[in-house]
Design a protein around this ligand. Structure first.
Ligand code: CAA
Length: 258
């Protein structure tokens, strides 16, 4: 178990995936990314799971793509193996909410992995950065696109061009993370948040996530039209019937995730 590059646990309706390459600060090699992608798709397909948490260690969420693995690659290697797209795009296919619990370093691909999640909860030790420029590279797992959308062009350009890192408070102020908590409470608070989310209707959550993501993909008029169609569709769902009835009956709803 200790040799596994990721650890998978199920806790109630929450799936927890922990990155586990401690000797290299959870550097993201193909094996880890392939296994992470497969675990996420498994959890996504599991009716008993309503939300997913990705965590690292106390020292590092992940220090980026594995530089030792990449150092000798040439253009044909990355092009032919479809580097990045091959295993990174899987994260985008996950329909259930995914939360990153970030303590320590989230650098390069580690920061991009967190950015690909729906919510980031940061421990006070968290540090976010896209230092690829120091290697003569550039962020290639969505960083140049997701970071400006998250914190705006000025801060994103500063981080990308100067390799500056943000601490948890700055990341909070700039809107990169949703919440900051003490490191000792990070796992517990993130699991609590995930459990709350997972207690809601799974199809409503999936539709809601899709709606919010549309805000970054298309004009406002198209986005609001999409949102309205999704709202209308909720009226065909048993869970919406139950949710509204439970409110009127002054009781907790019992969702069947249908
Ligand atoms: N890839 C491979 N190995 C890494 C790594 C990475 N991204 N980051 C850290 N490691 C390894 C180190 O080589 C070291 O291994 P050894 O003990 O065998 O020497 C071990 O992890 C511990 O690291 P350090 O001794 O360097 O620890 P530190 O506390 O002094 O520094 C660090 C930690 C700031 C993370 C530093 O290791 C570092 O700068 N790492 C590289 C970060 C980086 O550049 N990330 C971007 C990668 S490129 C990318 O992600 C591109 C993309 O979009 C696809």
């Amino acid at each position: 178990m200790q040799d596994e590059v990721i650890l998978i646990e199920r806790n109630g309706r929450v799936g927890l995936v922990t990155l586990n390459r401690p000797k290299v600060m959870n550097a993201l090699n193909d094996e880890l990314m392939d296994r992470l992608g497969a675990a996420l798709l498994d959890l996504d397909a599991d009716d008993a799971i309503g939300a997913i948490v990705i965590a690292g260690s106390a020292k590092a969420f992940a220090a980026g793509a594995d530089i030792a693995a990449m150092a000798d690659w040439g253009y044909s290697d990355v092009y032919n193996s479809n580097f990045i797209t091959r295993n990174w795009e899987t994260i985008r296919r996950v329909r259930k909410p995914v939360i990153a619990a970030v303590a320590g370093l989230a650098l390069g691909g580690g920061c991009e992995l967190a950015l690909a999640c729906d919510i980031i909860v940061a421990g006070r030790s968290a540090k976010f950065g896209l230092p690829e420029i120091k290697l003569g590279l550039l962020p290639g797992a969505g960083g140049t696109q997701r970071l400006p959308r998250a914190i705006g062009k000025a801060k994103a350009m500063d981080m990308c061009l100067s390799a500056r890192t943000l601490d948890a408070d700055e990341a909070d102020r700039y809107g990169l993370v949703a919440r900051v908590v003490d490191d000792e409470r990070l796992r517990e608070e993130t699991m609590r948040l995930a459990s709350t989310i997972a207690s809601f209707s799974a199809p409503a959550l999936m539709a809601l996530k899709e709606c919010v993501n549309r805000a970054f993909e298309q004009p406002l008029s198209e986005g609001t039209l999409f949102e309205r169609r999704e709202l209308h569709a909720r009226f065909a769902a048993a869970d919406a019937r139950e949710g509204m009835k439970a409110f009127l009956d002054k009781r907790k709803p019992v969702f069947v995730h249908r």
